[in-house]
Design a protein. Sequence first.
Length: 412
Amino acid sequence: MIWVRKGFVHLLAVVLFVALLGGVAALSLNRVFGQPAHLKAILNDSGVYDQVTSALLKQSQTNADQSGSDSSVSFDNPVVQKSAQQNLTPDLLKQSANTFIDANYAWLQGKTATPQFNIDLSGAKNSFAKQVGGAVTDHLKSLAVCTPPQLASLQLPVDPLTINCRPSTIDPATEGARVTDDINSSTNFINQPVITPDSLSQNTKQSQSKPYYQSLARLPHIYRLVQKLPLILGALSLLTALGIIFIAPAKRKGWRRVGVVLALAGLVLIIAKFVADAAVTKVADKLHSGPANQLKQPTTNVARHIEAQLFGFNLWFGAAFLALAIIIFIWLRKTRGGAGKPLKTDKTPAAGNDNNLSGDPVVDDLAIDSTPGMDVAGPPPRATTAPLVKPPIKASDEAPKIKKPKRPRLIQ
């Protein structure tokens, strides 16, 4: 029942193909997201912490312009940006991100029932607001009181950090305190300075949304399964490859099928690398034209680092699979004539045949035993290492001479 064996071989080939791709994908995921240290290293190497503060300021100004709210100061002002950089430092952002990562990995690994973290940026936001308010007070104190023409040319609302004169009705200290309160109460910049697991939900527009750890309750089980998948799928790949070789009607056909599957898996992994590069570029272009324009650079850097870690790893495995498939094909080609080939026999052409197509030297097999009473010479035995010697003919035994046939020509 060869067709049954062929059916099993086809089925095992599909399983082998899926196991190879799945095993490499699981190994890549574990390399990037398996441990918190890996993700921390990616974020740190991407330089995202050096860009987040300026991106948040630009995004806050965009939100203020779109909402039409009257902001006391512009977030694009160099004084405001300098104050934000001094209070929302890269070290503070990195520490907050590491706290979030560690708490969530503890939940995924089963060390805690829920993520437990409390990221408080209210102190940094308050310090930033006070520093901007103090800059407003100092700037207004340094200005002269506006003349009537200057006062008439002012357009309300005015930015206290950019005006060239101070209206007589404005007290510098009072105006500075007002700017500080406006920044502290502003929803455009750091809307939630205190971040906890319960404050984060999948959809912040719905007040009844569940926290993310409740909506993703099965995520810890998936994480633990992915941790074991490389070993499981690796063993499955080896077993299915051996099954194809031994179940196939001929072992050479089984080896050939394994080589074809390896080649296909390698090509898919290599193609996936270039598709991922194009996808990241396309997403970056959408971020550039979308509402998240100001966060484009840091998010693009993180995406490129993750993509390089994931699919760069796949590229190496794809090349290894292709190389292994080529080795199998070369071995099959070199050993193609060694299985089931009949042994050559030394065939001698019949007497009188002048055509020797084999190229082998022809031995004179036609020897005549000129004994009396024989009209036709019988076939002599084949020549051995020593040539046959005719016995001497006595005079009394002379018989009528028989014409000796011509010897076959030797083809050199």
